[in-house]
Design a protein around this ligand. Structure first.
Ligand SMILES: [Cu+2]
Length: 207
C-alpha cells in the first residue's frame, strides 16, 4: 500500500514533467537551430576537398591523333594560370613552315574519321569567334600554331575564359582539341575558316 502511495505522486510528477518537457525542447529547437546553421555554414566552404579537387585538376593533358588521311599527332599539357590556361606541347606531322588553327572544341569525341564529332569551338559564354587578348572570343579560341620546316610545332599558347578541373561551364576537362589544316583568320564566324581537322585529342586530367 505504501508503495502505491509513493508511486502515485511520482507518476504525477513524471506526468507533470513530461507535459512541460515537450514544450521546452519545442521552444528550444527554433532557438537551437539558428546557432546550428552558422556553425555548419563555415564548414561548407571550408572543407578543403573541393579546393583540393580543383587543385588536383589544375593540370591536364591531351594526346592528339591524326584524322583519316593525315599524319599530325602530338601531346599537349594544360595548366591553369592566372586568368587562363597555358597550353604547351609538341605536334608533329605538319606541312613544313605552315600555320594552323588550334582550338578547344566542345565535345571530347574524336571518333569520326574527320573529327567532326568534336563539334564546334568550345564556347560556353556564347561569344563571337575571335582572338585571345583582342576582345570577344570563344573560350576555346587560341592563337595559331606554326610548324618548323620539319613540320614540328612547339606549342605555347594561352586560353582565356576557360577553366580547368573546377566543374564549371567553362571547364575544358573532357573537351576536344583540334589542329586544323589552315590558319585561323580570327574573324570568320564561327570557325575562323581554319578548314579541315588534321588531328584530334581529348583533354584529360593529369594522373
Ligand atoms: Cu577548331
Amino acid at each position: 500500500m505504501r508503495k502505491t502511495l509513493l508511486i502515485a505522486p511520482l507518476l504525477a510528477a513524471l506526468a507533470a514533467c513530461s507535459q512541460s518537457e515537450p514544450e521546452a525542447p519545442a521552444a528550444a529547437d527554433p532557438a537551437a537551430q539558428p546557432p546550428a546553421a552558422p556553425e555548419t555554414a563555415p564548414l561548407t566552404p571550408s572543407p578543403t576537398d573541393p579546393a583540393a579537387a580543383v587543385e588536383a585538376g589544375r593540370t591536364a593533358s591531351a594526346t592528339l591523333a591524326p584524322t583519316e588521311g593525315h599524319q599530325t599527332r602530338g601531346t599537349l599539357q594544360f595548366e591553369a594560370v592566372d586568368g587562363g590556361i597555358r597550353v604547351t606541347g609538341e605536334i608533329t606531322g605538319l606541312p613544313g613552315g605552315s600555320e594552323h588553327g588550334f582550338h578547344v572544341h566542345e565535345t571530347g569525341d574524336c571518333s569520326a574519321p574527320d573529327a567532326t564529332s568534336a563539334g564546334g569551338h568550345f564556347n560556353p559564354a556564347s561569344s563571337a569567334h575571335g582572338r585571345v587578348g583582342q576582345g570577344e572570343h570563344h573560350a576555346g579560341d587560341s592563337d595559331n600554331i606554326t610548324a618548323t620546316a620539319a613540320g614540328i610545332a612547339v606549342v605555347d599558347r594561352r586560353l582565356e575564359g576557360a577553366t580547368l578541373g573546377d566543374g564549371a561551364a567553362t571547364d575544358i576537362l573532357g573537351k576536344g582539341v583540334i589542329v586544323h589544316a589552315k590558319p585561323d583568320d580570327y574573324k570568320t564566324q564561327p570557325t575562323g575558316d581554319a578548314g579541315d581537322r588534321l588531328a584530334c585529342g581529348v583533354i584529360e586530367a593529369a594522373q
